[in-house]
Design a protein around this ligand. Structure first.
Ligand code: HEM
Length: 365
């Protein structure tokens, strides 16, 4: 007997426009552009407007699990297959900060050679999966996101040291609130990140996406023993501003790594909302299921040629996707405008042609 009736079926009207959505997206993208221009002037080089700093760029394989049940065998995951991938590890700000500042880290996966109807007709055959090491986006609608941006724009630019101190204070405050059994306000959640080895982190889509006939959030968790040994390992405070690049390079010189890619299917649109990415989808309602394994062999993950290719030529976007994995909710819709704008700006400033790869051979050694 099939259990797929338990899972919410994807329908266009699961998405609801946010009040004043177009104007809010315009504001968000406008604020990003202003920040982007300032950072480009500082470095005399165009950077990503978010996740500007890379820590490792790897070639690998995404191996879709065999024998998935019908509700999980959807879209990219419909049949067992091994796809080549390019992976980029990053840090969230749109500027080059010291790796000693504990901020959110990213894992972007570009799956190559994926065929099928696209969410946007871009002529590409890539499926990008963008993940961050936190399960929710504390400002989970574009209304809240626009408010956060206004707040940030009014703040003077903080030094790395000031940022480290602010975040230390936030972690102490978060611990006190936890002891008192009180909830953390979203700002605190954003600031109270610990600085752990990037490879031991679990990364999340934070927001929902279409999962073929259903709706899901996606995550990637360490699977191989060598990776699991890095979970929660603090970054050495004496390891310098490029500590994460050094950790990634040291690891992959000798080790391979495996992450499991998991889908958490929506079973209840009220308790697992699509339009508000700040709500944690309860695992008791719907657990995370492994749908693929991301295999990354030992290699040199940070040659100059790779850094230039991944930072300056490539763009990752949740909208580089099959229709079967269309991003859902107001935050995701805002990204449809924000990513091409940021990518277009840096490619123009740097005089570099943007190219979506059709073969793994395009990734330099
Ligand atoms: C659901 C929450 C989000 C996740 C999981 C996420 C994740 C990521 C990741 C991993 C990257 C780096 C990709 C790479 O390595 O090239 C990235 C880049 C970026 N993100 Fe997000 N992001 C989220 C929300 C947003 C929002 C709400 C915006 C703005 C509306 C945004 C704007 C950007 C921009 C502009 C870039 C750089 C694009 C480029 O120049 O190529 N992100 N994001």
């Amino acid at each position: 007997m099939t259990t797929s009736h338990l899972y919410v079926r994807y329908r266009v009207d699961l998405e609801r426009p946010f009040p004043n959505e177009e104007e809010l997206v315009r504001q968000i993208v406008g604020a990003m552009e202003r920040a982007n221009r300032q950072v480009a002037a500082k470095h005399r080089h165009g950077l990503r407007d978010a996740h500007a700093k890379s820590h490792g760029i790897l070639a690998g394989e995404l191996r879709i699990e065999p024998d998935l049940p019908e509700h999980l065998a959807q879209g990219l995951f419909a049949a067992p297959h091994s796809y080549p991938v390019i992976v980029r590890f990053s840090t969230s700000p749109g500027d080059l900060r010291s790796d000693q500042v504990p901020v959110q880290r990213g894992l972007a996966i570009k799956v190559i050679g994926v065929n099928g109807p696209r969410a946007i007709e871009d002529g590409a055959t890539t499926q990008d999966i963008l993940l961050v090491n936190h399960p929710t986006l504390p400002f989970g609608t574009i209304g809240e996101y626009a408010e956060l941006q206004k707040l940030l724009e009014r703040q003077p630019r903080q030094s790395d040291l000031r940022q480290r101190l602010t975040r230390l204070g936030a972690r102490v405050a978060a611990r006190v609130l936890a002891c008192l059994g009180r909830p953390r306000p979203p700002v605190l959640e954003l600031l109270a990140t610990a600085n752990h080895h990037i490879l031991g982190e679990t990364f999340h889509s934070m927001a929902a996406l279409r999962y073929g006939d259903h709706v899901a959030k996606i995550s990637a968790a360490p699977r191989s023993e060598d990776l699991r040994a890095l979970i929660g390992r603090p970054v050495d405070t004496r390891a310098g501003d490029s500590a994460l690049r050094d950790l990634v390079t040291n690891f992959f010189t000798r080790h391979s790594a495996e992450y499991e890619l998991r889908a958490q299917l929506c079973v209840d649109v009220d308790r697992m909302p699509i339009e508000d990415a700040s709500v944690l989808w309860p695992e008791e309602l719907s657990p995370h299921h492994r749908v693929a394994v991301l295999h990354l062999p030992a290699q040199d993950p940070y040659s100059d040629a790779r850094r230039r290719y991944a930072d300056d030529v490539l763009s990752f976007s949740p909208w580089h996707t099959l229709e079967a994995h269309r991003p859902l909710g107001s935050i995701m819709r805002s990204r449809r405008v924000a990513y091409p704008r940021s990518s277009g700006f840096r490619h123009t400033v740097n005089g570099v042609q943007e190219r979506e790869p059709s073969s793994i051979d395009e990734l330099p050694a």
